[in-house]
Write a protein that binds this ligand. Structure first.
Ligand code: UD1
Length: 428
């Protein structure tokens, strides 16, 4: 297992470009199965989850070639609808493949998906939505068998605005007979990016980014020789993570390829903590204060509320903010695994169910800690950057699922951070 080794206390300074968004790239890759023409995808992040998705697509017959952040995909020869079991288990987002597989082949077979251990993350909303589109679903020996040969449009009301379920239903509904409406749909910016991409493939979608999404049944024919190109939106969670790091180290950074409106809820909390924030087109600038102030209340909610994927990073920030901060995690249960690790670094908090009350300490102390999930691992890295002395973060592979070499990004901003891979040492 790899570790990140951080010597804290250096204020971050400089400019960083934010990568393409993992959570936009994954459903877009799944949707590429619907294209008969080649696709050029720019700013596709080089992450383990993305590589796993590409392997799943390859097993279904989708060709891909990568050159840096650019991917060339060709799904014209895709010929299988049974997903490889091991890979589906390794990646929760493999569930996104159900919609496109049903749309393309009328059938899909997959296993129950795996992914980050944050709560038990059911898929009932995905399956209920698909069955409302006329998909007959059977579960046999841990496999989900979907027969979508009579796919028909429907009026679907989601009990909860699930991001994945909204995306999955959108991708299946484009091939249905008749139109579909998704009510109480998720409004995340990644859904808008998927809709933009689907329109390029000849799908009729409207209302994305609001809680009612309309999908026209039946795709328009596109010229099979014309290359479809798309740039993946920038990663708002990576942006939020880098801004937190600058705030916690009393640093000063500028982010390029960052959309302020996508992180508005996080920027409001950073200002409340005493940071000075300026925004421009595709650019965010932040200067951290000498000492952070408490954040009265952070409540994670579906977009445009505060994102659950930034909860851990703000938890780390609040451990060193003057006064008492409160965090309520509403989206996922069991998403405070970074808490006990931060206690080892001198943090002080109490937890009751989904609520944490943090009493800020003047400084964190370096310690040996372990990442338990992707965002929690990033939060521990931020704590290490701000702490006195050396912090070792074990299980760094978990962090690699969502960040393209976080250590390189931080060392370019002046941090003292390096990676150690098992026995062999590697300089950043
Ligand atoms: C997506 C993001 C993830 C983020 C989450 C919430 C991707 C690849 N991942 O995950 O990083 O943390 O949105 O912003 O885009 N739920 C059900 N039944 C379902 C589906 C979800 O009960 O069928 C529940 C979940 O357990 C969770 C809540 O709904 O409590 C939100 O989940 P959802 O919005 O579906 O998140 P994901 O799409 O899995």
């Amino acid at each position: 297992m790899a570790s990140l080794i951080v010597t804290g206390g250096v204020p971050l300074s400089g400019t960083a470009r934010v990568s393409g968004a993992k959570n936009a790239a994954l459903p877009i890759l799944a949707a590429s199965l619907l294209a008969r023409s080649p696709i050029l995808l720019y700013d596709c992040p080089q992450l383990r989850d993305v590589e796993n998705m590409l392997s799943i697509l390859a097993a279904l017959g989708v060709k891909n070639e990568r050159s840096g952040g650019t991917l060339l995909l060709d799904a014209s020869c895709a010929d299988a609808y049974v997903m490889p079991q091991g890979l589906s288990k390794a990646l929760r987002s493999s569930i996104f493949m159900l919609g496109p597989l049903i749309a393309r082949f009328g059938n899909a077979v997959c296993t129950f998906p795996g992914g980050c251990e944050i709560g038990h993350r059911p898929i009932d909303l995905h399956l209920r939505g698909l069955s409302m589109l006329g998909v007959r679903i059977k579960e046999e020996h841990g496999l989900i068998l979907c027969d979508g040969s009579d796919l028909s449009g429907a009026d679907i009301h989601l009990d909860y605005p699930s991001v994945g379920a909204t995306e999955n239903i959108m991708m299946a509904a484009v091939a249905a007979k008749g139109d579909t409406v998704i009510r109480n749909a998720a409004r995340e910016p990644e859904i808008e990016d998927l809709a933009v991409f689907l329109r390029k493939l000849g799908c009729g979608i409207a209302g994305e980014g609001t809680s009612t999404v309309y999908i026209r049944g039946g795709m328009e024919k596109t010229d099979p020789r014309a290359v479809i190109s798309h740039r993946v939106m920038s990663d708002r969670i990576v942006a939020g993570t880098l801004l937190c790091a600058a705030a916690m180290t009393g640093g000063e950074i500028a982010l390029e390829n960052a959309r302020a409106t996508h992180v508005a809820s996080a920027l409001a909390k950073l200002r409340e903590a005493g940071c000075s924030v300026d925004t421009g087109e595709e650019r965010i600038y932040l200067r951290g204060p000498k000492r952070l102030r408490e954040i009265k209340l952070i409540e994670t909610l579906p977009y445009p509320g505060f994102p659950t994927d930034l909860q851990a990073q703000f938890f780390a920030l609040c451990t060193m903010a003057e006064g008492t901060s409160i965090i309520v995690e509403n989206v996922f249960e069991n998403r405070f695994k970074h808490g006990p690790e931060l206690l080892r670094m001198g943090a002080s908090y109490t937890q009751k169910d989904r609520t944490v009350i943090l009493r800020g300490v003047p400084r964190l102390m370096g310690a040996r800690v372990a990442a338990r999930d992707l965002r929690g691992g990033a939060a521990l890295t931020l704590a290490g950057l701000a702490a006195e002395g050396e912090t070792v973060i074990e299980n760094a592979e978990l962090i690699d699922r969502g960040y393209e070499s976080l250590e390189n990004t931080f060392s370019a901003l002046g941090a003292r951070i390096r990676r150690e891979n098992g026995d062999t040492k590697e300089e950043p």
